[in-house]
Ligand binder design. Structure first.
Ligand code: SAH
Ligand code: F3S
Length: 472
């Protein structure tokens, strides 16, 4: 649609020798997806992508604030760029994303050579802010929005395998889990227009992509009401049944119907909102991957209560049982926090026992990190000693490693459909891909290339990878 426009821009670009930018991304998949939006916005404005930070006029660090160590890593990186700036005083250093939103102008004061601070909802203002800096000012925009979904922006997939891509379907989060900084850094929850999501999926398929992951902090609460997002139409709708609503189950189905060869994944589900309807849609469509990431955080009902997670141990188990009943052979992963405020040894054991019960294929495990301004930081003491947190983490880690190994061993002899993502790092003769359960599989092949589907029988494994052979 915008091809002529792009061409014209390219001509202008050559004449003016445009500024070059480089985006470095930290944190979650949502940040990767946001960086793709930032790149699209800057390119649309005539900026050019630099191959490395050293060759850039503008360096943008897209940051994560979820745990203290994530912020420490970003601070160290800002310091690296400040050294670079000593050799190149014209260099513009910008901080984007969650840490920008959390610390706002504080970043300009503390990290005095940072020129630009832009929160997750303000990326459209980036070109204007960069111009402002060129005029000698510092620039900040950390205004959170109730509407922004960047739905008309076609993200530029800057790296990766050109086979798998993320599509953001909603932004923000209204859940207010007591430990979590996301509602403060990403603002209120809002859903993106489903038509623009389906269009993006179609375009990706035409470009050769074969797997998309729909992203949201809590995908189960995705809701699109006729002409607009929830907050504007909620009340009107209850009285007006003619307005068509699109739920997450509907959206999942709409995207699955784009093409049977396009795999669909999503992240993240929330135990308090995940419906059986979504599970039935997954079961019904071969190309919706049989894999659910369902963060548990803790196995203790009391701890879940003070985490404000909106479910208890029983409800979590009930959701796992629903998954197992409706989608047999579903891959399962989770998030666990070790050593949340006032967690006792007994309560930690409840986390261990819930993990024993479910036997996740994979888990992401974190020691609790107090985030300033969150409800937990205000209400509860971060009173589990660091060494106890780490000991609990180690226990959780060891158990998960064991479960991953047992799970992988039980796959030996099974046959899976694998979407090939590229060559294995291990050897040129092997290719790498994933099965529907999201498990990594490598197998020898000289006839499969990235984007092909292969039938593979598992012959051996490690705790992280299945090893297999082609089946004709
Ligand atoms: N709903 C989101 C959660 C984002 S944060 C999603 O899309 O996954 C990812 C994980 O980080 C959470 O599930 C939680 O396990 C962990 N986490 C969040 N805040 C934390 C904190 N303050 N300390 C330790 N871990 C935390
Ligand atoms: Fe954070 Fe809970 Fe939302 S973990 S992102 S507040 S669902």
């Amino acid at each position: 649609m915008n091809q002529t426009e792009t061409k014209e821009k390219e001509i202008i670009v050559t004449e003016k020798s445009p500024k070059k930018f480089f985006v470095e991304t930290y944190g979650c998949q949502m940040n990767v997806s946001d960086s793709e939006i930032v790149i699209a916005l800057l390119q649309k404005d005539g900026y050019e992508s630099a191959p490395s930070a050293e060759e850039a006029d503008v360096v943008l660090i897209n940051t994560c604030a979820i745990r203290e160590n994530a912020e420490d890593r970003v601070r160290a990186r800002i310091r690296d760029f400040k050294t670079q700036k000593k050799h190149n005083p014209e260099l513009i250093i910008g901080v984007l994303g969650c840490m920008a939103e959390r610390l706002k102008t504080q970043l300009l004061e503390e990290e005095s050579l940072v020129d630009l601070v832009v929160g997750p909802d303000a990326y459209r203002s980036l070109p204007g802010l960069i111009t402002k800096i060129e005029e000698g000012e510092k620039a900040v925009n950390v205004v959170l929005s109730l509407e922004e979904t960047y739905s008309n922006i076609n993200p530029v997939r800057f790296s990766g395998n050109k086979i798998t891509a993320f599509i953001t379907i909603m932004r923000g989060c209204d859940n207010m889990c007591s430990f979590c900084v996301v509602p403060f850094t990403r603002g209120r929850e809002r859903s993106r227009d489903p038509e623009s999501i389906v269009e993006e999926a179609k375009l990706l398929f035409e470009q050769g992509y074969r797997e998309i992951t729909l992203l949201g902090q809590n995908v189960d609460s995705y809701k699109w009401f006729g002409g607009g997002p929830k907050k504007d139409f909620g009340k009107v709708l209850e009285e007006n049944r003619d307005v068509k609503t699109v739920s997450f189950a509907d959206l999942l189905e709409m995207v699955a119907l784009v093409n049977p060869l396009l795999r669909v994944r999503f992240s993240t589900s929330n135990p308090q909102d995940m419906t059986d309807e979504v599970l039935h849609v997954i079961a019904r469509h071969h190309n919706i991957c049989k894999y659910v990431h369902l963060p548990m955080q803790s196995g203790s009902t009391r701890v879940l209560g003070i985490m404000n997670r909106g479910y208890d141990r029983e409800k979590y188990i009930q959701r796992i049982n629903a998954i197992r009943t409706i989608i047999p052979d579903c891959g399962l992963s989770t998030d666990v926090i070790a050593g949340f405020c006032s967690e006792t040894d007994e309560e930690h054991k409840e986390t261990i026992s819930l993990m024993e019960m479910v036997k996740f294929d994979y888990a992401y495990m974190f020691p609790y990190s107090e985030r300033p301004g969150t409800p937990a930081a205000k209400k509860y003491k971060d009173d589990v000693p660091e060494d106890v947190k780490l000991k609990r983490m180690q226990e959780i880690l060891a158990l998960q490693r064991h479960h991953s190994m047992v799970g992988n061993k039980s796959d030996i002899g099974k046959v899976f459909e694998v979407l090939v993502e590229g060559h294995s790092k291990r050897s040129k003769e092997h290719v790498f891909g994933r099965n529907t359960q999201n498990k990594a599989i490598i197998f020898a092949s000289d006839k499969h290339k990235a984007g092909d589907y292969a039938t593979v029988k598992v012959t051996s494994c490690t705790s992280g990878t299945l090893i297999g052979e082609m089946v004709n």
